[in-house]
Design a protein around this ligand. Structure first.
Ligand SMILES: NC(=O)c1ccc[n+]([C@@H]2O[C@H](COP(=O)([O-])OP(=O)(O)OC[C@H]3O[C@@H](n4cnc5c(N)ncnc54)[C@H](O)[C@@H]3O)[C@@H](O)[C@H]2O)c1
Length: 245
């Protein structure tokens, strides 16, 4: 977004990383836990005041977990839903008043192919990501007439801090590559470019949509299928064969 000329505010739980990214793009940063609705609103208000308004927000904070449903600790289940789902709502809640005042805007939320086609072991994550799709559609309906477009991206397997441990585990990178018709794991820029497109006037007639950005992975099912068993196997010794779902 900065490369396209936007002035950017970076919000993250990790204030140091947010500040480093903001420095890189000449923006401002805030250390915020997206689970806290008032903290998100205060940061968004502050950012809008300092940057001269708010045209677009990208609600991207997310976190995962890996366990069978009956093995999840209730607090951990709630944490995953809280960050992924409530975090997106808190961003919408904070941004909409500015967009209404400014005559319109664009909201992009990060869902996941796991919310469209869940895999074993991802219960609260998949449920939260599926709910983000419904929330995106609700928001598109509520604010379309006020010229606020609301869309979601659903990434597939993307190289990031979240997936680094998995990509380093046995043959998992090769398994993901094999499951992706475009033949590689995604890079963050693959998602960022689509978010910039959806945020821009090029997407002026698109709202309420979920754009899957996964190199075609979902055509084979879900990329994370079998990971729970694979992680268990790898902890006991190298796996001989790729896991099945
Ligand atoms: N990497 C993938 O393969 C993949 C696939 C599908 C969807 N996603 C989604 O993409 C988004 C970005 O994930 P990523 O892969 O870049 O992982 P990441 O871990 O690199 O980034 C997630 C960011 O969210 C921040 N965050 C976590 N909890 C927070 C909280 N409570 N408040 C504020 N910030 C918080 C983290 O500090 C981190 O900077 C997430 O919503 C994730 O679910 C990722």
């Amino acid at each position: 977004m900065a490369a396209e000329g936007a002035q950017v505010a970076v919000l993250d739980l990790d204030g140091e990383s947010a500040a480093a990214v903001a420095d890189e793009v000449g923006g401002v940063s805030f250390a915020v836990d997206v689970r806290d609705p008032d903290a998100v609103r205060a940061a968004v208000d502050d950012a809008a005041a300092r940057l001269g308004g708010l045209d677009t927000i990208f609600n991207n904070a997310g976190t995962g977990g890996m366990a069978r449903l009956h093995e999840y600790e209730p607090d951990e289940f709630r944490r995953v839903v809280d960050v992924n789902l409530h975090g997106v709502w808190h961003g919408i809640r904070a941004a909409v008043p500015h967009m209404l005042a400014g005559g319109g805007g664009s909201i992009v939320n990060t869902a996941s192919i796991s919310g469209i086609r869940p895999s074993p072991g991802e219960g609260p994550y998949s449920a939260a990501k599926a709910a983000i799709v419904a929330l995106t559609q609700s928001a598109a309906l509520e604010y379309g007439a006020r010229r606020i477009r609301v869309n979601a991206v659903a990434p597939g397997a993307v190289r990031s801090a979240m997936t680094t441990p998995l990509l380093g585990l046995g043959q998992w990178e090769q398994i993901w590559t094999d499951r992706t018709p475009l033949g590689r794991v995604g890079d963050p820029e693959d998602i960022a470019d689509v978010v910039v497109f959806l945020s821009s006037d090029l997407a002026r007639y698109i709202t309420g949509q979920v754009l899957v950005v996964d190199g075609g992975m979902i055509l084979h099912g879900a990329g994370i299928d079998g990971v729970l068993d694979y992680v268990m196997q790898m902890m006991e010794g190298p796996a001989e064969a790729p896991p099945r779902g």
